[in-house]
Design a protein around this ligand. Structure first.
Ligand code: UT7
Length: 328
């Protein structure tokens, strides 16, 4: 990246209390714990209460990130929330979060890039800071996927969970911070992962509800093949742009979609599993929130030391992908 060096000043995460285990899912659809664990690596995921919405989760994660960064909400210049489960169509979840936090000075917008949304958000916010436009930005991934999941569809309902992760971005000393971003999209694969209902093409109606068009639809094995290909190549491209070798990676923080996708990425990057943050066993796939939750958890566990080379990489609906290399 060119301009003022930008890095992560604080991280935070929040996951709801309620746990949905593989055994719970056995009672809901024709599946079993062994299939879910071996095909996905997941054991449980967190589920919001009926009255909780994405901004509530975002608020909890953001408070922690602000505290760790040592700044107050009114110092924020920008809030970006990446989500596919906004509280409502508008106002944006970021505006709702701005009000909850009391971040009066901050511009606020939501970003829609599905599971890649957090990395897209980082790239946006980092560039505002690198150019000197803004000093501090809050980037959040927040999702209530349980509210858009069809719990009669075993192809999807075993995968998704709820939660939020947040980071505060600001200037850092020379030699640290973001080194590169690699973002991409391929709209020709849009049919593979989508929610059709509720937009301007198919507004909500009795019929759209009856046809379950407001739930996630996914061509799992097609998305899987795309993910295996793109996670490795996006990470390699971000490394190339940063001028950093694979062997220099200290921690890979990938999107937590499937343990087999993560293992394929590790093989391609020639990395051992202990250089990878994996928490999908506990939280499942939390879309835009997966990477910031994993990053915050790595931080909590002391796995991020000053000077470490960290690679973030994700993929998602759109289709979209994103990767970033940063020096912690
Ligand atoms: O953030 C991005 C979001 N999406 C993803 O990351 C999804 C990427 N895809 C995947 O992770 C995998 O494709 C899945 C985990 C969704 C599925 O695993 P798979 O190894 O690709 O399985 P499959 O779809 O090829 O299905 C294999 C079999 C099928 O049975 P038949 O047709 O071979 O008799 C499925 O019906 O497994 C069956 N199956 C299940 N069995 C038990 C599918 N879902 C389940 C289930 N429990 N939950």
């Amino acid at each position: 990246m060119i301009g003022i060096p930008v890095g992560i000043l604080g991280t935070g995460k929040y996951v709801p209390e309620r746990v949905l285990t593989n055994h719970d899912l056995e009672q809901m659809v024709d599946t079993n714990d062994e299939w879910i664990r071996t095909r996905t690596g997941m054991s449980e995921r967190r589920i919001v209460s009926p009255e909780q919405a994405s901004s509530d989760l975002a608020y909890e994660a953001s408070k922690i990130a602000l505290e760790k960064a040592g700044i107050t909400a009114d110092q924020l210049d920008l809030i970006v929330v990446a989500t596919i489960t906004p509280d409502m169509a508008f106002p944006s979840t970021s505006c709702i979060l701005q009000e909850k936090l009391g971040a009066r000075r901050a511009a606020a917008f939501d970003l829609s890039a599905a599971c890649s949304g957090f990395i897209y958000g980082l790239a946006n916010a980092a560039n505002f800071i690198a150019t000197g436009t803004y000093k501090y930005a809050l980037v959040v991934g927040a999702e209530c996927l349980s509210k858009i999941t069809d719990y009669t569809d075993r192809n999807t309902c075993i995968l998704f969970g709820d939660g939020a992760g947040a980071v505060v971005l600001g200037a850092v000393p020379e030699g640290r911070g973001f080194r590169s971003f690699e973002l991409g999209a391929d709209g020709s694969g849009g049919e593979l992962l989508k929610i059709e209902g509720g937009g301007s093409r198919l507004p909500s109606s009795q019929q759209s509800l009856e046809e379950k068009r407001h739930y996630i639809q996914m061509a799992g094995s097609e998305v899987f093949k795309f993910a295996v290909r793109i996670m490795g190549s996006a990470a390699e491209e971000a490394l190339r742009k940063a001028g950093i070798e694979k062997s220099e990676i200290d921690l890979l923080v990938p999107h937590q979609a499937n343990i087999r996708i993560i293992q394929a990425s590790l093989n391609r990057l020639e990395l051992p599993e202990d250089k990878c943050m994996i928490n999908l066993d506990k939280y499942g796939n939390v879309s835009a929130a997966s990477i910031p939750i994993a990053l915050a958890e790595a931080d909590e566990q002391g796995r991020l030391q000053e000077g470490d080379c960290v690679v973030l990489v994700g993929f998602g609906g759109g289709l979209t992908w994103g990767a970033s290399v940063l020096i912690w």
